[in-house]
Design a binder for this molecule. Structure first.
Ligand code: CO
Length: 134
């Protein structure tokens, strides 16, 4: 089922300062900030040779990462994203195995314009997992 690691997402309290640090201290190439109101986040992408890092900042009142940042005020790894070739097949298999898919269980279009789903962290070693169909 699993294919490549698509990205690691890091929630940050201040996107501008985090982007600045990645750019100046680590010499990273960083995209322009992109607001995704449907997901309650503003995101920048850092392209690495073998994967991507996403920095996420809360957007709006009901951001799904607001609670995470309350518990982790300086930020932290929020989720990892694995690629799958068929997201509906993957979902059906996981649900049949008792894994909880977040939300209504239907894939949403994610930050990269591809269908994504999130799996409950309590069903995966405390790690929020995003699946992205590529
Ligand atoms: Co993601």
């Amino acid at each position: 089922m699993l294919d490549r690691l698509n990205h690691v997402a890091i929630a940050v309290p201040d996107l501008q300062s985090a982007s600045h640090q990645y750019k100046t201290t680590l010499g990273a190439t960083i995209s322009e900030p992109m607001e995704i109101p449907e997901q309650g986040v503003t995101v920048v992408f850092i392209e690495l040779p073998n994967t991507k890092i996403e920095l996420l900042e809360p957007l709006g009142e009901k951001s799904p990462i607001a609670g995470f940042l309350e518990k982790n005020p300086s930020g932290g790894i929020h989720h990892i994203c694995y690629e799958v070739d068929n997201i509906l097949q993957a979902r059906d298999k996981l649900q049949a195995d008792g894994v909880r898919v977040l939300g209504d269980g239907e894939p949403k279009i994610g930050a990269h314009g591809k269908p994504v789903l999130f799996l409950h962290p309590k069903d995966f070693q405390g790690t929020l997992i995003e699946l992205e169909e590529v």
